[in-house]
Design a protein around this ligand. Structure first.
Ligand code: SF4
Length: 422
C-alpha cells in the first residue's frame, strides 16, 4: 500500500499528518512523494479561511483527476467543520472528522499484516521523526479554551487538552536523535498544563515549567516556541528566553489581531492593546535581538479608519520582523458571521497592502541590523538555512553540510539578501 499526504494549514496540522504517517508506516504502508503512484491519498485540511476550504476541494479534485484509482481520505479541521461537503464529493473515499490517526489508518489499511499480528492498533503515540528532517515539532496540546469571535479552529478542535509532560519529554528525546531543532506547536500553547493542574495534581504545570524541564533533560537541541499569545508569556518564559544561552531561541510569533481596543472587544479577545504592547516591549528589552512576528486581521466587522490607524500605529511601534496580514472573512458558525458593520472588500485590500508594505520595510531594516553578527543556522536545503531568530538565509561558499545540520557563521548581505558563508 502506497500512501501520499497533502497537508494544509498550520504546524499543528503538519504534526497530525506525521502521526498519520507513523501509524500507517507501522501498518506496513510506504509513503510516496506523488499522488500519481499512491493507492491512497490523505488530504489533511484547514478551515482558517474560505480560501483554505476551497484549496482543500481543489486538491481533492486534482488528485483524483491525476490518479483516478487512488482512494482519497479527507481529514482535519475543514473535514470536522464541513463533513457533509466532503462526504458529498464523488472523489472522496472517506472522511475523518478531525485528526485521529487510527481512524485515518483504519480507512486505508484496516487489514494490514501488522494488525493481524498485533490485533490492537498501537497508534503513533510518540513520534520519532518528522519529514522533512530539518525541524521536528512537538505538539503539546490541542484545542482552545478561548472564544474569539472570528475563530473556526476552536469550533473544529474543541477545548484545550494537554499532553502528558512525561510523554512530551520522551518524544523530545526521540526526536532529538534526528533533529537539532524542535518547535512547540498546538492550537493554543499558552494554555498548556491548565487542565493538568486543574485535575488536582500537586505540581503546577505550565508551558514554561515544561520547557525548563526539557532544557534540562533533552540536551543539544534548540527549542522554538510556535505561535503564542503575548499575554500568556509568563516571567519564567522570559527568563528562559534570556538565560538559556539561545537554546530557547529568540523568536516569538504573537498574534495581535487588532490594535484597537474597541475591535479587540468585538473580537472577544481577552486583552487590550496596552497588555499586548507592554509585554512585548518588556521582552524585546531583555533580549539582544528578537525575531518577532504576528498575525494581524484587517477589516473585522465594525473596524473604522481610526481603528485601523491604531493597528497601524502599534505595528509601527513594535519591533516586528515580519507580519502575517489577513483580510477578515467570516467563517461559518462563528459569532463574527452574524455581526454588522461589514467592511468593503476594497478597503480591506487597501489596509492589508498598507500593513504588508510596512512589515516588509521593518523586516528589511531588521535583516540589515543583523549583518556582521553571528547566527546559528539549521540547514534546510542545499543552499538555504534558518537562523535562530527566524531569518531564512542563503548559504554560500563550499558548504559541506547536510540538510538538518547546525552551523555557526556571521551574516553578510549580498544583493539585498542575507547570506552566511560556510
Ligand atoms: S485564541 Fe482565539 S483565535 Fe486562537 S485558537 Fe483560541 S479561539 Fe481561536
Amino acid at each position: 500500500m502506497k500512501v501520499h499526504f497533502i497537508t494544509h494549514g498550520c504546524k499543528a496540522n503538519q504534526y497530525d499528518t506525521e502521526t498519520f504517517r507513523q501509524e500507517l508506516e507501522a501498518r506496513g504502508a510506504d509513503i510516496v512523494d506523488s499522488p500519481d503512484e499512491a493507492d491512497a491519498c490523505v488530504v489533511n485540511t484547514c478551515t482558517v479561511t474560505h480560501k483554505a476550504d476551497r484549496t482543500a476541494r481543489k486538491a481533492i479534485r486534482s488528485v483524483k483527476r491525476d490518479n483516478p484509482n487512488t482512494k482519497v481520505v479527507v481529514a482535519g479541521c475543514s473535514a470536522a467543520q464541513r463533513t457533509e461537503d466532503y462526504t458529498g464529493m464523488d472523489e472522496v473515499f472517506g472522511v475523518v472528522e478531525g485528526h485521529d490517526q487510527i481512524e485515518v489508518a483504519n480507512l486505508i489499511a484496516p487489514e494490514s499484516p501488522y494488525l493481524d499480528k498485533h490485533e490492537e492498533p498501537v497508534g503513533a503515540e510518540l513520534l520519532d521523526h518528522h519529514e522533512p528532517r530539518t525541524r521536528g515539532w512537538i505538539k503539546v496540546q490541542d484545542g482552545c479554551d478561548r472564544n474569539c469571535a472570528f475563530c473556526a479552529t476552536k469550533l473544529a478542535r474543541g477545548a484545550s487538552r494537554s499532553r502528558d509532560p512525561d510523554a512530551i519529554v520522551e518524544e523530545a528525546k526521540r526526536l532529538s536523535r534526528r533533529h537539532c531543532e524542535l518547535v512547540f506547536t498546538g492550537i493554543h500553547i499558552g494554555h498548556y498544563g491548565r487542565d493538568l493542574s486543574a485535575r488536582g495534581e500537586s505540581q503546577e504545570h505550565t508551558l514554561s515549567t515544561l520547557i525548563a524541564r526539557l532544557l534540562e533533560e533533552v540536551p543539544d537541541v534548540r527549542f522554538r516556541l510556535g505561535s503564542i499569545e503575548a499575554t500568556e508569556i509568563d516571567d519564567l518564559m522570559i527568563d528562559l528566553l534570556e538565560q538559556s544561552g539561545g537554546r530557547l531561541v529568540p523568536h516569538l510569533h504573537v498574534p495581535m489581531q487588532a490594535g484597537s481596543n474597541k475591535v479587540l472587544r468585538r473580537m472577544r479577545r481577552w486583552h487590550t492593546r496596552e497588555d499586548y504592547r507592554d509585554r512585548l516591549v518588556e521582552i524585546a528589552g531583555r533580549l539582544p535581538y528578537l525575531g518577532l512576528g504576528a498575525d494581524v486581521m484587517v477589516g473585522f466587522p465594525g473596524e473604522t479608519h481610526d481603528d485601523f490607524l491604531k493597528t497601524r500605529e502599534l505595528v509601527e511601534k513594535l519591533p516586528y520582523t515580519y507580519l502575517h496580514v489577513f483580510p477578515f472573512s467570516a467563517r461559518e458558525g462563528t459569532a463574527a458571521e452574524e455581526m454588522d458593520g461589514k467592511v468593503d472588500p476594497e478597503v480591506k485590500a487597501r489596509r492589508s497592502k498598507e500593513l504588508r508594505e510596512l512589515a516588509m520595510d521593518k523586516g528589511e531594516r531588521y535583516r540589515a541590523s543583523r549583518v556582521g553578527q553571528a547566527a546559528e543556522i539549521v540547514v534546510e536545503t542545499d543552499d538555504t538555512g534558518m537562523t535562530e531568530d527566524y531569518l531564512r538565509v542563503g548559504l554560500t561558499g563550499d558548504p559541506d553540510t547536510r540538510i538538518g545540520d547546525r552551523i555557526y557563521a556571521p551574516l553578510e548581505m549580498e544583493d539585498g539578501e542575507l547570506v552566511a558563508r560556510v
